[in-house]
Design a binder for this molecule. Structure first.
Ligand code: PHE
Length: 361
């Protein structure tokens, strides 16, 4: 029942977001600062948390948020299970209910979140999110109808978040896109026009009343948002690869200063080294990409830049399916030798045939 690799559990406690001179900590501090300032005008204090443990009850991560029992995101293909009752949180929304239950009216929760996913320069199995929640005691009563109350909450939500974006990016063009989350209704994404493209910044919405009710707050209206810190930091600091956030190389760490958003100067780009692996998939066992990606991550660690499917076909006579993946290795800190990568790739192949029931070609 535990599918958390050691290389990932080692990341628990690194707390990049709690380092005030790390890009993730700098962004976190900026956003917290913005909301604290805004709180001075609304009169509702915002409480900030950045130290909540990432292992949470399954119930908090999914059920409390009305995510249905058969929802894909619950699958061990996508989620890391610690045991039959706990997961590594897949989003900071996992803390919405418990924090509301403690009686908080407005809070921010920042932390590391975990998802099994593909491998490329914007995806890493652990990343960081910030959750924001505000409830409005007495608003429903003063507005009379739920509909009017919801409109008011939506307006405050949008004002708050547009203000936040302006604090981070300056007065950029913004647009609201309707979307769906099980835990909010209505639900939106905020996009900004930055560096010549529309960039999705966050998801948010008016909280589902059932969540608030179950947390013991009855018919009180509220909003919630969640955003990914790496995504914002990569654009704001011009950090080209998500693995860099984990680098302890001084050429990375020494570039940042608490309170300042600066442009990252890449140190020289080292040459890549790629290796292909082709295999036949077992008809009964099937094949899941994420299982393969995890083996590659486990063996290659941060030397793996990306994994790309380069070929896929079904044999016309036998009906067997074949896939070919290209594993791109590149260190951000040094040149790799072909010999050392051959050793890694051989280990990938060994683990594949042991664990994935594939027939290597
Ligand atoms: N939890 C959502 C995600 O990870 C983001 C979100 C938070 C959306 C709160 C709406 C409200 O994508």
């Amino acid at each position: 029942m535990n599918n958390v690799p050691v290389t990932l559990s080692e990341k628990i406690g690194r707390d990049l977001h709690r380092n005030p001179s790390h890009p993730l900590g700098i962004i976190k501090d900026r956003i917290e600062g913005y909301f604290k300032e805004r709180a001075a005008t609304t009169g509702v204090a915002v409480e900030c948390f950045d130290n909540l443990f990432p292992v949470v009850p399954i119930v908090n991560n999914f059920d409390d948020l009305l995510i249905p029992p058969d929802h894909v995101s619950r699958s061990p293909i996508d989620t890391y299970y610690v045991d039959d009752k706990q997961v590594l949180r897949t989003h900071t929304s996992a803390h919405q209910s418990t924090m509301l239950g403690k009686g908080l009216e407005a809070f921010l929760v920042t932390g590391d979140v975990y998802r099994r996913d593909e491998i490329d320069r914007t995806h890493y199995p652990v990343f960081h999110q910030m959750e924001g929640v505000r409830i409005f005691p007495g608003l429903l009563e003063s507005r009379g109808s739920r509909e009017d109350g919801v409109k008011e909450v939506e307006k405050d939500l949008k004002e708050a978040l547009e203000g936040m974006v302006v604090t981070l990016f300056g007065d950029v063009e913004r647009r609201w896109v309707d979307t769906y989350f099980p835990f909010t209704d209505p639900s939106f994404e905020l996009e900004i026009f930055y560096n010549d493209e529309w960039l999705e910044v966050l998801g948010c919405g008016v909280m589902q009343q059932e969540i608030v009710r179950r947390a013991g707050k009855g018919e009180t209206l509220g909003w919630a948002f969640g955003l990914g810190l790496e995504r914002l930091a990569m654009v704001l600091f011009q950090i080209p690869d998500i693995r860099l956030f984990w680098s302890t190389d001084e050429r990375f760490t020494k570039q940042f200063e608490a309170g300042k958003i600066t442009t990252f100067a890449p140190f020289s780009k080292y040459p890549p080294c790629y290796k292909d692996v082709s295999f036949w998939i077992d008809k009964v066992a099937g094949f899941n990409n994420n299982d393969f990606f995890e083996i590659v991550r486990g063996v290659g660690g941060d030397l793996v830049e990306s994994v790309v499917l380069v070929d896929e076909f079904v044999h016309p006579k036998t009906g067997r399916a074949s896939k070919c993946f290209r594993v791109n290795y590149r260190s951000m800190e040094r040149s790799l030798t072909n010999e050392e990568i051959d050793v890694l790739q051989e280990e990938v192949r060994t683990q594949m045939s042991d664990a994935l029931k594939v027939e290597l070609r």
